[in-house]
Design a protein around this ligand. Structure first.
Ligand code: HEM
Length: 401
């Protein structure tokens, strides 16, 4: 990272009176009475990691088994696929337990989520790719973990892998035998466990860390809110009508996802109201600029800009501003474009109303917004190389250098 970038982030933070060191969340007070477990205790999710999976990951690293596992995983993609051969027995035995939809999942709600996501796909795509993707760069712990892990050196590939996860979750066959999500979620959980073992050996990462190891249950919940709770809020803001069952289905898909990522039930919110309460306590108070986050945002936005598709710097910056707000966008130094700003603020609501069948007016921005969704999807789905999704693989080392 250049000194200039670091200086810019520090000075932006100083101007705003912000601590640029990671801000630890204040004392945790959310009760698990609001969780799917329904118990009544106040336990701090930032002090809980994923011991069983982390131990398996430590053994994989110690045994030098990562390349063999990545090779074996190439053929393990669909929910109904048998576990592949070629993995150490302890990984197979762990996955036999972890790689299943939990008994408390509601098949009716999961099926309803598949239908819902088919309808909401393009809005979710805009909210989660550009909105949550850039929001993640102002979550200090996440920005630093991503920057200093191997994937931080190749953000195009990393974003492509994250898109794989998003597509698999929001697919019409997510939870069916032919779907991919159960496998993608289990692979991701193991990536996080490997990262927990690796990042603690990175001098540069640990210099700025305020935890004994990264990616606690609490941190995963923070990211969940920055993606799912933010998308839920956006749906409301954009006037998209969701029935009570659709809202429950969206939440339930995420509840099962959080479980598959190793989050304990006592921390998983039981309702959107509880989710918002959690977000108020764990997400919004911790966002802050970091040099790592500024650098990641710049790289990500650079990939999305494509003047030939109408995705100019001004349009992309202003769509980001529209999605995450000016305060965070200012931290990231996104240049303003007043023309694009005015256009987006009028055209996006018209676009949503037209797509939802609430207005017969064909919006001026129809083509541009569709182009955005298609252009970004193609960029990251194909990762510029092939027409397939980018497989999720385990890293064997931290970011070089
Ligand atoms: C990797 C999703 C939370 C840090 C990944 C991958 C996915 C993913 C799909 C695999 C793709 C890849 O290897 O790049 C999620 C989801 C989360 C979550 C859905 C929560 C709902 C977090 C949090 C942190 C984090 C809280 C850090 C504080 C990382 C890192 C990698 C990773 C460092 C590895 C990148 C590498 O390959 O070096 N995550 N993540 N994630 N995630 Fe997460």
């Amino acid at each position: 990272m250049s000194d200039l970038t670091r200086r810019r982030a520090l000075s932006v933070g100083a101007v705003l009176g912000l601590a640029t060191a990671t801000s630890a969340p204040s004392a945790w007070s959310w009760s698990s009475a609001g969780s799917v477990a329904g118990t009544d205790e106040v336990a701090d999710p930032f002090q809980v990691w994923d011991p069983e999976a982390d131990e398996v990951a430590a053994s994989l690293l110690a045994d030098g088994a990562i390349p063999a596992v990545n090779k074996a995983w190439e053929k393990w993609v669909r929910n109904a696929d048998p576990l592949p051969s070629g993995m150490p027995a302890y990984l197979t035995s762990y996955l036999e337990r972890a790689n299943r939809i939990p008994s408390w999942a509601d098949p009716g709600l999961l099926a309803a989520s598949e239908k819902l996501y088919k309808r909401l796909n393009s809005y979710l795509f805009v909210s989660e790719s550009l909105g949550s993707g850039i929001l993640s760069t102002v979550i200090p712990r996440e920005a630093r973990a991503v920057y200093w892990s191997a994937g931080g050196a190749d953000m195009k590939e990393r974003a492509a892998k994250t898109f794989t996860f998003g597509y698999d979750l929001h697919s019409p066959t997510t939870w069916q035998p032919s779907g991919f999500f159960l496998v993608s979620a289990n692979k991701t959980r193991m990536v996080h466990s490997v990262v927990r073992n690796l990042l603690v050996t990175s001098k540069r990462f640990m210099e700025t860390s305020d935890q004994v190891k990264p990616i606690s249950n609490g941190d995963i919940l923070v990211t969940f809110h920055s993606v799912a709770t933010v998308a839920y809020n956006n749906m409301k803001k954009w006037g998209i009508k969701l029935s009570a069952q659709e809202e429950a289905a969206d939440l339930h898909a995420w509840q099962v996802t959080l479980h598959l990522l190793g989050v304990e039930r006592r921390f998983i919110p039981a309702s959107w109201a509880e989710a918002r309460k959690q977000a108020d306590q764990m997400l919004w108070p911790v966002v802050a600029p970091t040099a790592e986050g500024v650098s990641l945002a710049k790289t990500l936005l650079g990939y999305i800009e494509d003047a030939s598709l109408g995705l100019t710097t001004g349009f992309v910056n202003e769509l980001t501003r529209y999605l995450i707000g000016d305060r965070y966008a200012d931290w990231l130094g996104l240049r303003r474009d007043w023309v694009a700003r005015g256009f987006i603020r009028v055209a996006w609501p018209t676009y949503v109303a037209f797509r939802e069948g609430l207005s017969p007016i064909v919006p001026e921005g129809l083509h541009l917004f569709d182009q955005f969704v298609r252009g970004v999807a193609m960029l990251f789905l194909s990762n510029g190389t092939s027409a397939t999704q980018t497989p999720i693989t385990l890293p064997a080392a931290n970011r070089p250098g």
